[in-house]
Structures are given as C-alpha cells and as structure tokens.
Design a binder for this molecule. Structure first.
Ligand code: CP
Length: 382
C-alpha cells in the first residue's frame, strides 16, 4: 500500500492488512485509552450528504484523542468560488494529517489523492467505491459468523449505482465468500466489476440452464458465475421482485448466511428513470425456514426497501453494522498513522483468508476517471 495514498479502493488493502485493521478494531477500547491519535488532525471534506460515514469518522478520531476540522457544507467552501479539487487537496494537506473525502464523482477522491501531501480516505466516490463501508461490512460479518471464508452473501437491489456493493463483492471474493446477486431490473453489476472479478479472482460466468432457473428466466436473463477455484461458488442472477420465490428456485442447496440489501441510488439516476419495481424485504421473508440463520444487512440509509419490522428481529443487524463504524474507523486511522511512521502491527491470527490479494488494482489513469454523467475527468476538470 502506498503510505501516502491512504485508502481509495478496497483493493489497496491486502487481506492481511484488513485482518490487522480488524485486530485493532477488536482492541478499540485500548486505542481509546492510549489516545493513539493525540496531536493529530483529521479533515473531513464531504461534497455529498452523509450521516454514518462522516460522524463515525469524526467520533473515531476524537476517541483516539485526535482533532477534527471540517467544512459543515462544501457549498460554503471555496469550491463555490471555483477552486479546483486539486488545489483544495493541496491546501488542506497543510492543515491536517489525514483527509476523509466523499464526492459525487467517480474517481474524484483518487484524483485529489494525487495532489495531497497526506493520506486520503475515500468515504464514497460517486457510484464507484466505498471501501471503509466494506471494512465495516466485513467486520460485522466476521463478528456474526466467525469467519468470511465459505459464507454465502446475497447482495440485492441497486447493484449498478451502489458503491458499497462494488467494494464489497471484490472483498468477499478475496476472502473466499460466495456471492449471489439479485439486481433490481436494469441495476445489474457494472461490466467493469464483473470483469475484475473474472480477471483478479478467477470467476467465470455462464448462462444458467432454463431448467435450473425456470421461474427467474421467465422474467429476465440470468447469469451463473462459477468460480474456477473449487472452494468457491458464486451465483449471479438478474431479477427484480419476489425475492423469496426466486431464492427458492435458484440454487436450492445453498445456505444463505447474509442478505445485504441496498436502496435505490436515485441521486445517481437520470430523471424519469427512478420508477419501476424494486425488491423489498419484509418479515414474511424471514419466516421462511431456509432463512432462519440469515442475517440482514444494509449500509443505510434505508428508504422503503427494508421493513422497520425487521429491526426487532435478531437477524436484522444493520444498526450494529453502523455502530461498528466507530471501532473499525478508529482502527483504520491508527493503521494509517502507524504505516506513515513505518510501524508494523503484530497481527492476531484469527482466521485464514483463502488467498492473498494480488496487490492493488492497477490505478485507473487519471485521464480515464469519469466525472458526472460519464464525462472524462482529468486535472483540468477540477
Ligand atoms: N453507509 C453510509 O455511507 O451512510 P452515510 O451516507 O450516512 O454516510
């Protein structure tokens, strides 16, 4: 990992590093007592709304004994006068030891990192990635299920625009979990995510036989992603409603460990395209015997895709997932500060990943970074 870059993509953290962060999160209380970030400053720059990510980062830094500087609303920052992202990154680098940035453009945080002199953490860039949400998701799964390897996680909803999904499926594949995707109609996983899964993790895709998936096939085409690694099984489908019916139809032998629901990302959709059916999870879903040990996760905020009636069920763990944002982000900040100082962290051996990351993704050239509406973003754009 480039110690100056921070974390822009989940791919920049190896499995070992993720485990180091989890070990630190397990000891978050100790980090608090030790005031591990005393004297350090974190800047939060959120060009898009946030509750969990921003406040949990700010809480994490304060619990570590550090300080936080922020713009309450980036529309009242000098961005409103036309300051470029590159200049903002350079300037704020002089005021803080780490920057946490959310932006509505895919690739904007990476572009800012090129101009910053301190590590940047991607708190969500457009519909691209949200790596620290994935850390919280993996940590939650590990706390609930004991390990990641071999779990089967259904990801559901807006898989096209949901940045949490993109980071999550890469990480799940790396840790040897199985992934079933249930996309709302027209919101399937982007091709670049599928291609990376194929190239980096040896997943391959094949059409599902009509016999296996007759109920699904009547609604839409379905795709079956079969990994080349024998220990992995991943099933990719494209369906848009009546989840339980579909799940009863597909891969009936699978044990579903977690159901990861997402909201429709209306803010990333063109006007006039936000209507249409969208999957929902209600209590009837959890009454099915096959889901008796299936935990329900959601990065939140939810809109109406997840019934509040699930809040009381032991399997509805999304508030716990949000709460883990503090220890996990405390751990990440401590990890990054230690890395800058060249300190190695002794890792607790809790479980073994199936295989190691093959290193960071090749960074996308800046000239290829997409801006809003798919425009190419380069330095001159900022
Ligand atoms: N999960 C998540 O990113 O929530 P916020 O948008 O509230 O930060």
């Amino acid at each position: 990992m480039d110690k100056m870059r921070g974390v822009i993509s989940i791919a920049e953290l190896t499995n070992d590093e993720i485990e180091e962060i989890f070990a630190l999160a397990d000891g978050a209380e100790k980090l608090r007592t030790e005031r591990s970030a005393s004297g350090r400053i974190m800047a939060t720059l959120f060009y898009e709304p946030s509750t969990r990510t921003r406040l949990s980062f700010e809480s994490a830094m304060q619990r570590l004994g550090g300080s936080v500087i922020s713009c309450s609303d980036m529309r009242t920052s000098s961005a409103a006068k036309g300051e470029t992202l590159a200049d903002t990154a350079k300037v704020v680098s002089a005021y803080a030891d780490v920057m946490v940035v959310r932006h509505n453009w895919d690739g904007a945080v990476r572009a800012m990192a090129e101009h910053a002199d301190v590590p940047l953490i991607n708190a969500g860039d457009g519909g691209h990635e949200h790596p620290t949400q994935t850390l919280c998701d993996l940590y939650t799964l590990r706390q609930e299920k004991g390990q990641l390897k071999g779990l089967t996680v259904v990801v559901c909803g807006d898989l096209k625009n949901g940045r949490t999904i993109h980071s999550l499926v890469f990480a799940l594949a790396r840790f040897g979990a199985n992934v079933v995707t249930l996309a709302a109609n027209g919101m399937e996983l982007p091709q670049y995510v599928i291609e990376r899964l194929e190239l980096e993790y040896d997943y391959s895709m094949a059409p599902v036989s009509t016999d296996d998936l007759s109920a699904v096939m009547t609604e839409t085409d379905a795709l079956y992603l079969t990994p080349k690694q024998p220990h992995q099984l991943a099933l990719f489908t494209q369906v848009d409603e009546v989840i339980q019916g579909h799940l009863n139809t597909i891969a009936s032998g699978l044990r579903y460990d977690a159901f990861y629901m997402t909201r429709k990302q209306k803010e990333r959709m063109k006007e006039g395209t936000t209507n249409g059916s969208y999957p929902t999870i209600g209590p009837e879903f959890l009454r099915a015997k096959r889901f008796q040990d299936t935990v329900v996760m959601h990065p939140l905020p939810r809109v109406d895709e997840l019934s509040p009636e699930l809040d009381k069920d032991r399997r509805g763990i999304y508030f716990k997932q949000a709460a883990y944002g503090v220890p996990v982000r405390m751990a990440l900040l401590k990890f990054l500060f230690d890395r800058r100082e060249g300190k190695a962290i002794k890792r607790k051996k809790k479980f073994s990943p199936v295989y190691q990351s093959r290193g960071a993704w090749t960074p996308v050239p800046q000239s290829k970074l997409r801006g809003p509406k798919g425009a190419v973003v380069d330095e001159s754009t900022f």
